[in-house]
Design a protein around this ligand. Structure first.
Ligand code: APR
Length: 310
């Protein structure tokens, strides 16, 4: 693969472009923002980092979608970030308008791209993008689970005093406070985490993960960007390298987990065709109840969005 476009050259988009460049896996990254000079400047800055950090990926930026011509993957980070006290759902109408316009522009210049949505509220923005794009749902999905799982793994590494590299975990559901980290599917170098941490401590970590985005908004006055940008870049890498990696991804469900007409975080296999398989793990009654609760919360945001008739 040779070309990736990142829409939105703000905190998350610029970080994502920078991390993709450092992986040295594509010929070209194009950064597009409504503020063209911002995109141009951040692309130039990252290109000037290439001789220092030793990569060949060329970066350019601007406000003209013609530069995105022929992109194999497009990452959408355009939107307004969450401010303190603002829920992700408050962002619906502003960001849906942005995502719809951006998607139409992408589709004018790239045939059959894979689109990764990052803009919040994530599950609904992914639905909006899929509808506007006319693409197969294996090609349009959202970045949430890779980030939320990373936060969960980082908290576990802190609690255990071990390397986050050795923590494998699964987290499902919406990208919001109802997300469902699954301790039963969490291991530390193969050891079930439930053997290493007590229920109370695990529950506290699960709870902190669910509000992990909000914690950073409180600290910084805007939403996070290093881990989100890197998480989107990791998905790009899995596709570019056709790695068949298993990540929790916000995907369209057509009967999986008994759910229909919804985009929700589930484990998928990611490769060069996009989502190559949605994996249905066995959930017990408690886990299924949590997933259904999260799906209901996402559906209520979808209803709000549908009623806006944007
Ligand atoms: N087309 C292109 N770019 C746009 C458009 C548009 N129609 N509207 C806004 N943008 C750009 C802004 O100019 C800005 O540079 O999107 C960028 C957003 O960057 P930030 O404000 O820094 O926001 P960021 O922290 O990057 O978050 C972007 O990702 O994680 C989510 O919740 C977050 O929805 C938010 C998105």
């Amino acid at each position: 693969m040779s070309k990736v476009t990142v829409i939105g050259a703000g905190n998350v988009g610029a970080t994502c472009a920078n991390v993709i460049a450092h992986k040295d896996i594509v010929n070209e990254v194009v950064l597009i923002d409504i503020v063209g000079n911002l995109a141009k400047g951040k692309a130039l800055d990252t290109w000037q980092q290439a001789p220092i950090d030793n990569y060949s990926t060329y970066l350019s930026g601007g406000d003209d979608y013609a530069a995105s011509e022929g992109s194999e993957i497009v990452v959408i980070t355009a939107g307004v970030p969450r401010k303190p006290g603002m829920s992700r759902d408050d962002l619906i109408s502003t960001n849906a308008r942005i995502v719809n316009t951006v998607t139409e522009n992408i589709m004018k210049h790239s045939k059959d791209p894979i689109i990764i949505v990052v803009s919040n509220p994530l599950d609904v923005m992914t639905l909006a993008c899929w509808r506007s794009s006319g693409l197969d749902s294996s090609k349009v999905f959202g970045m949430a689970g890779t980030l939320d799982t990373a936060r969960y793994r980082a908290f576990l590494a802190t609690a255990l005093g071990c390397s986050p590299k050795d923590i494998q975990a699964l987290l499902m559901g919406g990208h919001g406070d109802t997300m469902v980290p699954l301790p039963r599917y969490t291991t530390v170098a193969g050891i079930p985490v439930t053997e290493l941490l007590g229920k109370e401590e695990l529950d506290a970590i699960v709870q902190r993960t669910a509000v992990g985005g909000g914690e950073l908004v409180q600290l910084m006055g805007t939403s996070a960007w290093y881990a989100p940008g890197a998480a989107a870049a990791q998905m790009v890498e899995a596709i570019v390298r056709d790695e068949k990696r298993i990540f929790p991804v916000c995907a369209k469900l057509d009967g999986q987990y008994g759910l229909h007409d919804i985009f929700l975080g589930v484990p998928v296999k990611l490769g060069k065709k996009g989502i190559e398989q949605i994996i249905e793990v066995k959930l017990n009654a408690d886990e299924m109840a949590l997933l259904n609760g999260s799906a209901a919360a996402v559906k209520s945001v979808i209803d709000v969005y549908n009623n806006m008739q944007l």
